[in-house]
Write a protein that binds this ligand. Structure first.
Ligand SMILES: *[C@@H]1O[C@H](CO)[C@@H](O)[C@H](O)[C@H]1NC(C)=O
Ligand SMILES: *[C@@H]1O[C@H](CO)[C@@H](O)[C@H](O)[C@H]1NC(C)=O
Ligand SMILES: *[C@@H]1O[C@H](CO)[C@@H](O)[C@H](O)[C@H]1NC(C)=O
Length: 477
């Protein structure tokens, strides 16, 4: 198991050395008192209180996570993970035809359940790939809108991976593999609503005055999920148009932050009821593929998927439907410069394999981060997010080390990179290319602030990487 820093402890903090009397006083203060909660902040079940919680520091430092959409929808693996809805509710022709052409009459979505075999699912293989990707957390769909749970939920009788299909506790297997053989944090996605659950539909027809579904299904299931698998990311989704009071989201989150086994390290998103997105909860996701291109005051995440048109695996995807590694690196660089994290999605097949196209993208990202991770992990946004002269130059910084990073996505044909933003000082400013290491020659611009950097002359074999590069600028303003 790789080392992991203690939650809540900032890195690079100098060791605190106290003289003995002070040390004694501190020890006395640390002894248990009559106060039940040990002095930690208690959260009330209101947004006002919950929104004040500081996000555990690990999340902002992590920058890059992997999203996995896997479930019964991976069996038809056609069109999208919204297959059931498009076929039976919207009756979209493409989906109706697909069923008519490939399955016997009367075949129901539920009949896909036993076909979800996960025959070749090997959680350690997945964990190895995730580790190689450079990601620092992973988020698995424990239950999507179809309602099928990837663990043996007590509240999802006969529609879960232990009773049906794999007959294995998928969530447990992945949790164990990720926690024993990687340095990634383990997270879970959970859909609040279920498209066709009779109790949800009945509640809905009462305009959510009835609360049978959250009381007997969703809330008990969420408590079970958190208690059993201790996810450090709880990625909520699918409010079904119901307000947060229907879901009792604030009641649940107060428990999550005050009492749950992950209260000190868990992070959540903002999808906790109609109107809460981009407004309440933990970090903001705002919309799928959210990438504003400017700095936000609140921590946010860009959740996006390598397959441009689907989150679940699609057998009908062509090569041009997948984002290239250049496009993915650009997403990462833009997102991190603007204060976000990137959550990049893959869709495994029904038999539990990660298709090579996804594996390749993950491994490519890992090789890129091996060289350039210094400009990504544990950085904070700089005063400028992108350059004002050269397009597609994105900045990050490490103020404690007097470092600014300029990540650029096109290698200039002139061999000179013009940066309009950094103010350099002769004799003090130093510029290096990550993965190259030699100080580079630079000159100040004549007409405005900024510098011209002489990039090294490298053949394609000498390039430290091929899909974007980073300059480390020491002592610039
Ligand atoms: C699972 O994958 C690992 C390699 O990551 C391998 O050592 C192990 O034998 C595999 N287990 C099975 C059951 O195939
Ligand atoms: C909401 O959750 C809290 C905390 O678990 C609980 O005390 C409260 O009774 C719940 N309220 C409703 C209306 O379900
Ligand atoms: C910087 O980013 C903003 C927002 O994406 C964009 O409008 C602007 O054109 C960018 N500037 C350059 C020089 O690329």
């Amino acid at each position: 198991m790789l080392p992991r820093e203690l939650p809540g402890l900032a890195l690079r903090r100098p060791p605190l050395v106290l003289p003995p009397p002070l040390l004694l006083l501190l020890l006395l203060l640390l002894l248990p008192t009559q106060c039940p909660a040990g002095g930690a902040a208690r959260f009330e079940p209101t947004w006002e209180s919950l929104d004040r919680r500081q996000l555990p520091a690990w999340f902002d430092q992590a920058k890059f996570g992997i999203f996995i959409h896997w479930g019964v929808f991976s069996v038809p693996s056609f069109g999208s993970e919204w297959f059931w809805w498009y076929w039976q509710k919207e009756k979209i022709q493409k989906f109706v035809d697909f069923m008519e052409n490939n399955y016997p009459p009367g075949f129901k979505y539920e009949d896909f359940g036993p076909l979800f075999t996960a025959k070749f699912f090997n959680a350690s293989q997945w964990a190895d790939i995730f580790q190689a990707s450079g990601a620092k957390y992973v988020v698995l769909t424990s239950k999507h809108h179809e309602g099928f749970t990837l663990w043996g939920s007590e509240y999802s009788w006969n529609w879960n991976a232990v009773d049906l299909g794999p007959v294995r506790d998928i969530v447990k297997e992945l949790e164990v593999a990720v926690r024993t053989s990687t340095d990634l944090r383990f997270g879970l996605y959970y859909s609040l609503f279920e498209w066709f659950h009779p109790l949800f539909l009945d509640d809905q027809s009462s305009s959510f005055q009835k609360r049978q579904f959250p009381v007997s299904k969703m809330l008990p299931e969420l408590y079970e999920l958190v208690t059993k698998y201790r996810p450090e990311v709880l990625w909520s989704d699918g409010d079904g148009g119901a307000p947060d009071c229907y879901w009792n989201s604030t009641g649940f989150l107060a428990w999550l932050y005050n009492e749950s086994p992950v209260r000190d390290t868990v992070v959540t998103n903002d999808r906790w009821g109609a109107g809460s997105i981009c407004k309440h909860g933990g970090y903001y996701t705002c919309s799928d593929r959210y990438n504003p291109g400017h700095l936000l005051a609140h921590k946010w995440e860009n959740c996006m998927t390598i397959d441009k048109f689907s989150w679940g695996y699609r057998r009908n995807a062509g090569i041009s439907d997948y984002l290239t590694i250049e496009e993915l690196v650009k997403q990462l660089v833009q997102t991190v410069s603007c204060g976000g994290n990137l959550l990049m999605n893959i869709g495994p097949t029904q038999d539990g394999t990660i298709p090579p196209i996804f594996e390749e993208r993950l491994r490519q990202m890992g090789t890129w981060l091996k060289v350039n991770g210094e400009a990504v992990y544990e950085t904070i946004p700089w005063r400028s997010q992108n350059d004002t002269v050269t397009p597609d130059v994105w900045y990050t910084s490490k103020p404690e080390e007097n470092l600014v990073y300029a990540m650029f996505l096109k290698w200039p044909t002139t061999g000179q990179l013009i940066l309009g933003q950094p103010k350099a000082t002769l004799g003090s400013t130093e510029v290096k290319l990550l993965g190259h290491g030699q100080p580079l020659h630079w000159t100040t611009l004549k007409v405005q602030n900024g510098i011209t950097v002489e990039l090294p002359h490298l053949t394609s074999h000498q390039m430290p990487c091929k899909w974007g590069w980073a300059l480390a600028l020491t002592n610039v303003m």
